[in-house]
Design a protein. Sequence first.
Length: 750
Amino acid sequence: MIAFTTLSIRARRCAGLGLFVTALVLLGCGPAFAADGAKGSESLFLAELVVLMAAGRLLGEVMARFGQPAIMGQLLAGVILGPSVLGALWPHGQHALFPDAPAQKSMLDGISQFGILLLLLLTGMETDLKLVRKVGTAAVSVALAGVAVPFACGVALGEFLPESLLPQANQRLLTALFLGTALSISSIKIVAAIVRDMNFSRRDLGQVIISSAILEDTIGWIIIAVTLSLAQAGHIDLKSAARSVAGTAAFLAFSLTLGRRAVILLIRWSNDHFASEFAVITVILVIMGAMALTTEAIGVNTVLGAFVAGVLIGESPILTDHIDEQLRGLIAAFFMPVFFGLAGLATDMSILANHELLLLALGLIAIASIGKFAGAFVGGKIGGLGWREAFALGCGMNARGSTEVIVATIGLSMGAISQNLFSMIVAMAITTTMAMPPMLRWALARVPMRKAERERLEREEMEAKGFVPKLERLLLAVDHSPNGKFAARLAGLVAGQRGIPITVLSLVSQGDKTKPGKRRAKSAGEDTAKETADDTKKSQPKEERPDTVDVTVRTHDVPTHEAIAEEAERGYGLLLVGLEKMRGRDGGFHPEVDRVAAAFDGPIAIVAAAGEHLDDPEDSALDMLVPVNGTEASRRAAEIAIEVARGVAAKITALYVATRTGRRGRGKRLRREEQAILDDVVELARQYGRKIATAVRADVAPDEAVIAAAKRHNLILMGVSRRPGAQLFFGETATGVFREAPISVVLVAS
């Protein structure tokens, strides 16, 4: 009760602050704005944006604190600022801030139209096609039934609408098609947000819900694009319909094949070659605009181009979290509150005072809800879901929210729906969206978890804390030596599991000096990394197999350490180094390795081959010894060892070196600790279907214990930490192992 009271007080404060900001702008600047409104005042335009952003953000905060989507607060802010509330309470003030002047409206309309494209870009980026493929039959059946049933209901309703709700009496079928499309799409953003809030995003049912919403969005936007192209033609005939369908099919076919590859290359090229700030964001926006213009040119609306651009951009392997947050921040902070605020401004809820229109609005809400629930429920049962799962699915698919408002706004601007029908659709979107979260939460809480699902969730939770799953790109600095080939092989084994791109910095050796080599027919490490990655990819289950593993070769005309530093600025998760001379004359690191490591500010793997790996670096067996001590560095090395073993079925042994004491109690505690550390590594391997042996050595110096155990293996993969100093130093244990080990050594440094 206390918490709810506190929440209510905060909500009232937020709402009060939003109204205060609005009133301040109106009272202080209203008269001047009214005078300039007819010619389009820039100061008035700025004030409109400020009010929409402030009111939308604050009311969005209020809604979020009550467990509702923030988007609904932004939409309600526009409704309050429009004719429904402010216009009824203070008409002069409302018209002063939002005059009917064409010039003023055109400025806001420009922001709104670009906002639609950005919102669809963001929706596309959140569309995970791999998840759809993984879920499969259930998602497809839910999406098809979930679109077909409400679409049919909407078209039927459109055929019986009174002529007063039609923009043009002779285009009833066009309005009916548009209404059917509007009723058939769910809001993937709101559905995904509620599923995440319930910790269901990785549950089997949660994936079906999100995947179904993704497919429904995709199908819906294709239908919208075709419907709008018919609206632009001004009439419906077989020729225009066939042209729209053919243009859409051709655009999708090109985009998902050659276009996908081109988008990935453009993003990578801009990330690697531009030195100015936010260059990748600019390239993403340009890609979006170009694809939107392409769909416009072939007779299909720009919305499809923006959505597909988002899908392709979201599949880029180097779309880092940082870039995603930058773009999302721009859209969420500015364009979303402005767009949804403008949609609310265009909504006149006062029409519901008319009993006939109120009944029609209630009927629209009922038909939309029943149609959507029935379609999703039937689709879930066809897809093999249980009653509880199908019921939860029907509840989740009923949220319209942002998607519905976007569709309605486009329809209003294209003349496919009337102003009154637009207001009714917005009312339906608000009602279904606010009703969905509590219904979905109630339904999801009653869905039991299966054993297989629990095991998968445990693995994914462990992955979320891991190092390897977060790798986006590998940098490989190698020459043509066996060390270089062995390092390239390890890079291919790590990258092949997840489709991680590899950039090869090909080097040539000249005595004790190593420098970047010129591009030749066979660059150092390129073939080994590519072939190993491709073979590793094929060993994965089909549903988890990456599409491709890109291997790019870089050449530089500067010394190796300078080339490494230049590449490091482009963003890499791990550098693997394999040079002809890894060890110096004293058995420690060669000076060139020191310089390379100093040039890369990030995780680095130093690869020094020995024994059979020197004779056959590309095909020899792997039997790995992984020293563990409970640190993050040792766990990181264990992760890489397990990832390598997944590709070639290599053997792994985890070694813990313990120091016993004479005190009985302390000795028992240490044994419990060492067992917990070993159990963690064994469980990590089990989650990936691998087995790992364990060993404990006591009362022996750590480096001596590792070297003694190495006689039964052929590779030591050891996690280490850099120590400060001019020379590369990982501590006495790592130094001793690197100098004395008779087998290959890989030091993974944080």
